[in-house]
Design a protein around this ligand. Structure first.
Ligand code: FAD
Length: 586
């Protein structure tokens, strides 16, 4: 195996988190930095036009599931099967990672999400904890993260309206959000008709609608690094595609323009990392470098002093399992931590059939109106049979004919084929909107990652296995929210509403969200988590894990603001503490 000269810093994965860490460290230290990304390179102008077939149907931005994919089962004792078709989640590959085709919705987590266990017990007592749940506090609080959230909003360029400015509640913003030290860098994106109908309906029912925060520009914007992006044109091609004009924040339009001028940074694409090589000594563990396969198929050893693992939740878990770093979690004994607390955000929608055309082909990522009245613990759960909640909203991100055609009111009792269905689907195409829900999944002992005993990837390595299912808490939450959403849709003037079917088992064929968390969760002690609150591995002090795999639980909010806030916090700790005195950060 070829061995390359050592580098000071090695970053595995070139998505939001990996590139942000490279940008921060290259600005503030003289360290040599190598980024290894398995996918291809992408320059900011790589996107030439929109093609629904290519991006939405064939999904050419996504990880190739014929080569790398997890297996999935609902419970212990079942044989897991590889997910060979795109379904419940859509991880990316190539420079920019999943952040190239993301939706850009940019909400912070509710403050009590970081203290899920203690906040729930304090308000309702131990008896309210769902059976077999494994909730625990993060060890870092919202207050500690606030300034990092604000920093990310300035850099990424977020449009929105504050609802809680230093404790002052502001109508029109999200009045239930955690306190913010500053207003959003840009005003909210304009409100499309469908979302405006939602605002009216929700208000009439006594709720508190607000324009969603989004990393899409509502006006021309230049961030503190001097990177400029134009105002969004609301072309309707946003989530699942990269942006043609750079209005949606993507790693290639926000971070790469800065990184490309940094001489200390080397970007190697087509480099698939296979193992993190590490030693365990009496003084503790240390990562020595990684082995990777380059584009020609050659296996290479890249030594490094400091390593960041930023390969999304699936990759982070997979590489730690394959490398044998950390003790796998065993639900039978409650021992070990690696793989524990896998969660997937609860996401579904009800279809509202409205009397007027909605012009839904126009829109932009994250554009729309939501309510947080049923989020987190904002509402009293004392007399409810579930805990926690989520946000209900009417987003206008743009719809495409091939991928969204075909919804008709259930009362027509039509099969999804034939002349009558086609006629009705055309008639209703632009009169159908989705009232959507994004909520929390409680972590359970049974839901976890490990290595699949049967299936392997083309390199001969075992696939990552997901054991995941919904439990009663999610099922009851969905029933409750479904009823609220149908009520709101009627208040919007819907002629008819198709409610969502009750939640059964976790459905891997329906896209839900690419908000998968956990497996390498943070904790304040090694017996409770894989990493500390800086993402530093408890068993290897020079190995840091970045991304949502470090979340002990899912929030209702989309994860990227929180993973970027945590990345800044880690970067500060590296520069201000670790590089001066390497070792475990206090
Ligand atoms: C359709 C869609 C919509 C979304 N919408 C939103 C939203 O509205 N708001 C929000 O907050 N979040 C959203 N997300 C989630 C968001 O995209 C992710 O949270 C974010 O991109 C994660 O960043 P990351 O750096 O952790 O991982 P990624 O961006 O996935 O980057 C990881 C990188 O690591 C590389 N890699 C993996 N394994 C290896 C290996 N072995 N060797 C080398 N490289 C490797 C991958 O190729 C990838 O480039 C969405 C995701 C999708 C797919």
């Amino acid at each position: 195996m070829k061995t390359l000269p050592s580098t000071d810093v090695l970053i595995i994965g070139g998505g939001w988190t990996g590139l942000l860490m490279a940008k921060e460290l290259s600005a503030r230290t003289p360290a040599s930095i190598v980024i290894l990304e398995r996918g291809r390179d992408r320059r900011p102008d790589y996107i030439k036009g929109m093609d629904e077939l290519d991006y939405f149907v064939r999904m050419h931005m996504m990880q190739d599931p014929t080569r790398e994919t997890p297996t999935l089962r609902h419970r212990d004792g079942e044989r897991a099967l590889p997910i060979r078709q795109y379904g419940a989640f859509l991880p990316g590959s190539g420079i920019g990672g999943t952040g190239e085709h993301w939706g850009a919705v940019y909400p912070r987590l509710q403050p009590d999400c970081f203290e899920l266990h203690s906040a729930t017990v304090a308000r309702y007592g131990e008896r309210k904890l769902p059976e077999d749940s494994s909730m625990q506090d993060w060890g870092v609080t919202y207050d500690e993260l606030e300034s990092f959230y604000a920093r990310s909003e300035r850099e990424v360029g977020v449009s929105g309206k504050a609802g809680n400015l230093k404790g002052k509640i502001i109508e029109g913003g999200n009045v239930f959000e955690g306190w913010r030290s500053e207003e959003y860098p840009m005003p909210p994106t304009p409100t499309p008709y469908f979302s405006e109908l939602f605002r009216g309906g929700a208000k009439n029912l006594g709720y508190h609608p607000f324009n969603n925060a989004t990393a899409v520009t509502s006006q021309d914007y230049t961030n503190p690094e001097g990177v400029s992006r134009p105002a969004c044109a609301f072309c309707g091609f946003c989530e699942r595609t990269p942006c043609m004009i750079g209005a949606k924040a993507q790693p290639t339009s926000v971070l790469m323009p800065v990184l490309k001028n940094r001489k200390s940074v080397t970007l190697r694409t087509g480099a698939t990392v296979r193992r993190i090589v590490h030693d365990t000594t009496e003084k503790g563990g240390k990562a020595r470098g990684v082995t990777y396969i380059d584009e020609s198929g050659e296996e290479i050893f890249q030594p490094a002093d400091l390593i960041f693992l930023s390969t999304f939740t699936l990759g982070n878990n997979h590489l730690l399992f394959l490398s044998g770093i950390g003790a796998p979690f065993d639900p039978a004994t409650d021992k070990g931590t690696l793989g524990k607390n896998l969660t997937h955000q609860v996401a579904f929608g009800v279809q509202a059939f409205l009397p007027k055309p909605l012009n839904r082909f126009m829109g932009g990522g994250g554009t729309g109106v939501r309510i947080s009245d049923f989020d987190a613990d904002v509402f009293d759960h004392s007399n409810l049979s579930f805990i926690r909640g989520g946000m209900i909203g009417a987003m206008s991100v743009g719809t495409q004919p091939l991928s969204t055609f075909g919804n008709v009111p259930n009362s027509l009792k039509l099969p999804r084929w034939g002349a009558a269905w086609k006629k009705a689907a055309i008639e209703w195409y632009d009169n159908t909107g989705v009232v959507s829900f994004a909520g929390e999944q409680i972590p359970y002992r049974g839901n976890r990652f490990d290595l699949d005993p049967t299936y392997k990837n083309p390199l001969g390595d075992p696939l990552l296995r997901m054991t995941i299912n919904w439990q009663d808490n999610e099922r009851k939450m969905v029933d409750f929210m479904n009823a609220k959403m149908v009520e709101i849709a009627h208040a919007m003037g819907a002629k008819e509403v198709n409610a969502f079917a009750p939640y059964g088992d976790y459905d891997v064929t329906r896209y839900q969200s690419t908000h998968i968390q956990g497996g390498t969760m943070m904790a304040t002690s090694p017996d409770r988590g894989v990493v500390n609150t800086y993402g530093q591995h408890w068993d290897a002090s020079n190995l840091f894990v970045l991304g949502a795999s470090t979340f002990p639980n899912s929030g209702s909010s989309n994860p990227t603001p929180t993973i970027l806030a945590l990345t800044y916090r880690t970067a500060d700790a590296i520069v201000e503490k670790y590089l001066k005195r390497p070792g475990m950060l206090a």
